[in-house]
Design a protein around this ligand. Structure first.
Ligand SMILES: [Fe+2]
Length: 440
């Protein structure tokens, strides 16, 4: 597959994008920068250096293989040593200062740091699972920023980063080009991709799924057919854009569960042309084609999967990213909100805007909940009382966006998230008021 360029989809942006999930994209910021017919000519065009980024093993099957060729002003190898640096609220799996906890947990939004913070400074780990050194599992974080990253870049060798903005827009400058991302959209920064984040407003906050495992891909559609859910052509990749800047830039990378930094004498965002299928991309959840019942009951929420990181066990995801987007509810003789359930998979939820249909109150934008492996949950008492008695006319759930990071393993919360002042101590109370209604 090849890709085409479409204009930026939102008013006010001047960015163009390449479209199509996982396509063999190609882009050059300067005409003639991209070699034709080979990847590594004896001398790359325009005095550029050729470099391959392999996001999968060389020999992985073609359908899974992710790699890109970049043509840059300096090779990435030209850098000084990295040295470890501290971060007070960033953790990786295995989380050693936390506890696997079967209790249902819910949080108000994480407060902003007391001092100015950029995207990296403000990262805050809620929990993690798996093992970062074995490339399995996920980290669940929040980002909070009130300033742009200046003189600083970040890269995550431990995993790709799925960003879910909740407050404020971001301009993400990556090695591959720029992505403008607003709440309602998501972005995925490929593993190892260098980037910096500028704020489009005064503050920004959102959720991060750090995927240690196999790269996110689109779920199979099975009997749904060839179309539906997140359609491949709605995923947008950056066109090449580069910085030719000789100045001190701190490059921070996350490697092996901690941060390392090196002071470069130039910007590493110096890729003038690239081609391949490993990069960064964004997606507007408003384009999600929601499937649901048109008769009775409602399907498992896997029907709302946008992206999945498969594990070695078919159907058992390392991570699923699921959205609860605006949709019609029309099921007859059906309890329409999510049913009560227990699940071997662990469910972390966040809310971008509006109200989630299983919780009448208490679950607010920027907040979060964790229903760990087998924990019992479902609608709160008020929601059950309403949904079990209301007249079942067609109903539009509108102006809302909740999402879920679901993973095959129990999530271990960090000690500071478990004991945080913004954790809601009375979360169990939302189910206390459910009445005994047995009449037998
Ligand atoms: Fe659930």
């Amino acid at each position: 597959m090849t890709s085409t360029i479409e204009p930026g989809v939102r008013a006010g942006t001047e960015l163009a994008y390449l479209t199509g999930f996982g396509n063999e994209h190609h882009s050059e910021a300067v005409p003639g920068a991209l070699p034709v017919g080979r990847n590594s000519p004896q001398r790359a065009p325009l005095g550029l250096y050729a470099e391959q980024h392999s996001a999968t093993a060389f020999t992985e099957p073609r359908a899974h293989n992710r790699r890109s060729w970049v043509y840059r002003i300096r090779p990435s190898a030209a850098h000084p040593p990295f040295h470890p640096i501290e971060h007070p609220t960033l953790r990786s799996a295995p989380v050693t200062d936390g506890l696997p906890d079967p209790n249902r947990m819910r949080w108000d939004p994480v407060p902003f740091p007391g001092e100015p913070a950029d995207f990296v400074d403000g990262l805050y780990t809620i929990g993690a699972t798996g093992n970062v050194l074995q490339r399995a599992g996920i980290g669940i974080h929040v980002y909070r920023a009130d300033r742009s990253m200046t003189g600083r870049c970040f890269a995550d060798a431990d995993g790709e980063l799925l960003l879910v903005p909740e407050l404020g827009g971001l301009m993400v400058h990556t090695e591959y080009g720029r992505l403008r991302v607003e709440p309602g959209e998501i972005a995925v920064i490929g593993r190892g991709v260098r980037f910096r984040v500028d704020l489009l407003g005064d503050r920004a906050r959102g959720y991060v799924c750090e995927n240690y495992g196999q790269p996110f891909t689109l779920p199979e559609l099975g009997p749904i057919g060839a179309n539906g859910l997140a359609n491949p052509r709605d995923f947008q990749y950056p066109v090449a854009a580069f910085e030719d800047r000789e100045a001190t830039v701190e490059v921070v990378q996350k490697f092996g569960g901690r941060l390392w930094a090196a002071e470069y004498d130039h910007s590493p965002l110096d890729v003038v042309a690239w081609h391949g299928n490993h990069a960064a991309y964004k997606y507007d959840t408003a384009r999600f084609n929601v499937m649901g019942t048109v008769s009775y009951d409602h399907p498992d929420p896997s029907i709302y999967t946008v992206l999945t990181s498969p594990s070695e066990l078919s159907g058992q995801a390392n991570a699923d990213f699921v959205v609860f987007a605006p949709r019609w509810l029309v099921g007859e003789d059906t309890f329409r909100p999510p049913w009560y359930h227990r699940n071997v998979m662990s469910e972390f939820m966040g809310l971008v805007k509006g109200v989630y249909d299983a919780k009448a109150e208490g679950f607010v934008p920027g907040g979060a909940s964790l229903h760990n492996m087998w924990s019992a949950h479902g609608p709160d008492a008020a929601t059950y009382a309403t949904a079990s008695t209301q007249e079942l006319v067609p109903q539009k759930i509108d102006d809302t966006l909740a999402f879920m990071f679901e993973t095959r393993w129990p999530v271990v919360t960090t000690d500071f998230a478990a004991s945080a002042a913004h954790r809601q101590p009375g979360y169990d109370e939302v189910w206390r008021g459910i009445r005994r209604e047995f009449t037998g």
